[in-house]
Design a protein around this ligand. Structure first.
Ligand code: NAP
Length: 339
């Protein structure tokens, strides 16, 4: 356990004050020990994975106990001709898990390649990319329940998954500490994602039926081209979720602003690419003091390393209000704000 720890290095946004207490833990007894200490000292607990979707937005030092979950382990627990169950420790780097699944010829998460962060964080926001979501493969997860003070197993349904959403961001926020996730992967050949960037990549290479490894390589290359590497540039990836609106409204907007990305999701609803809203407003690449909207993808807000929390909150509100004024759509941030 450490005292007065600077938090900026534990978030890929690289902003943050200090935490009164901080510990990296990899076993249940260690977690229980930290929780007992926090209880005894009346300290709120903040659970952290890779910090790629967490923004430490408080100016004041946090009188809290930040617990970073580092539990490791990747194992195949059962297999048959149609599926393989794997159990992954919450602290495993997610992209290492995807690479491992591909090495083992298991499909199902290859489209989630190169997403920063830990495996235990993937259910929190139901991580998704290129048409895949963790909810499509997650069978269950083991978590420490801070209410019952015991280890529980939550099924896929229990997690209440939605678009980039789950109970862990809503009613159950702060209740569970995810220890491991169990995924159902497939030994069968995957389908390539039907996303324009992926199609273009394979067309240019003349690949008609890509293999599992080729799909992973494509996603890694496309993401490296369009998104900043969190090791070099501070961001939390997409800053806003793609909004879902009524189809009629989406069609009206598309007529008025033909470059908007509009995807029908049901008879009554359409998904709007949030990045295309920001592009239409001319915000891509714009600099706002210590912050900017990444030139390769307006949805990514970049911190030059000097940003203060109030600057980010101001920019967030500015963007939300500009989008509301022009399109009548209210954007919701994707990362979790710790204040
Ligand atoms: P893109 O291919 O330029 O597409 C822009 C948006 O349009 C995406 O957000 C995507 O929605 C949507 N889209 C594109 N083709 C679609 C299709 N065939 N069906 C349904 N929706 C479609 O996107 P990008 O910015 O390069 O990102 C590619 C993927 O990586 C996306 O899935 C995105 O969500 C994911 N990503 C996630 C993060 C993060 O931090 N969470 C950051 C960057 C990228 P969806 O987002 O719903 O897929």
């Amino acid at each position: 356990m450490h005292h007065n720890v600077a938090l900026a290095r534990y978030s890929t946004f690289r902003m943050g004050s200090t935490a009164a207490y901080f510990a990296s833990v990899s076993s249940l007894p260690e977690i229980e020990e930290c929780l007992s200490f926090a209880d005894a000292n009346n300290l709120p607990v903040i659970v952290l994975g890779g910090g790629s979707n967490t923004i430490f937005a408080s100016v004041e030092p946090l009188n809290a106990f930040v617990i970073k979950i580092d539990s490791k382990g990747k194992k195949i627990i059962s297999t048959n001709e149609n599926s393989t169950l794997v159990e992954i420790g919450a602290g495993e780097n997610w992209d290492d898990v995807v690479a491992w699944s591909v090495e083992n010829n298991l499909s199902g998460i290859e489209m989630l390649s190169a997403i920063p962060g830990t495996s235990g964080a993937t259910p929190i926001q139901n991580v998704g990319a290129y048409g895949g979501e963790i909810k499509n493969v997650l069978v269950s997860l083991r978590a420490y329940d801070r209410h019952s003070r015991s280890v529980v197993t939550l099924s896929n349904t229990d997690c209440g998954f939605g678009y980039r959403d789950s109970i862990f961001k809503k009613d159950a926020r702060d209740r569970y500490i995810i220890l491991s996730i169990t995924l159902r992967l497939s030994p069968h050949a995957p389908e390539a994602p039907e996303y324009p960037g992926v199609k273009k990549y394979f067309d240019e290479k003349g690949i008609v039926s890509p293999t599992l490894l080729q799909i992973r390589e494509a996603i890694v290359a496309i993401r490296a081209h369009k998104l900043p590497d969190p090791r070099d540039i501070a961001s939390v990836g997409s800053f806003f979720k793609n909004p879902f609106i009524e189809t009629q409204k989406a069609l009206t907007l598309k007529t008025k602003y033909p470059t908007l990305a509009v995807f029908p999701v049901s008879e009554t609803q359409a998904k709007i690419g949030a990045g295309s809203l920001l592009d239409t407003l001319g915000l891509r690449g714009k600099v706002f003091g210590n912050l900017s909207l990444y030139a390769g993808n307006a949805l990514v807000i970049v911190n030059n390393g000097q940003t203060r929390p109030e600057e980010l909150l101001e920019l967030k509100e500015y963007i939300i209000s500009e989008v509301e004024k022009k399109f009548g759509i209210t954007l919701e941030p994707e990362p979790v704000f710790v204040t």
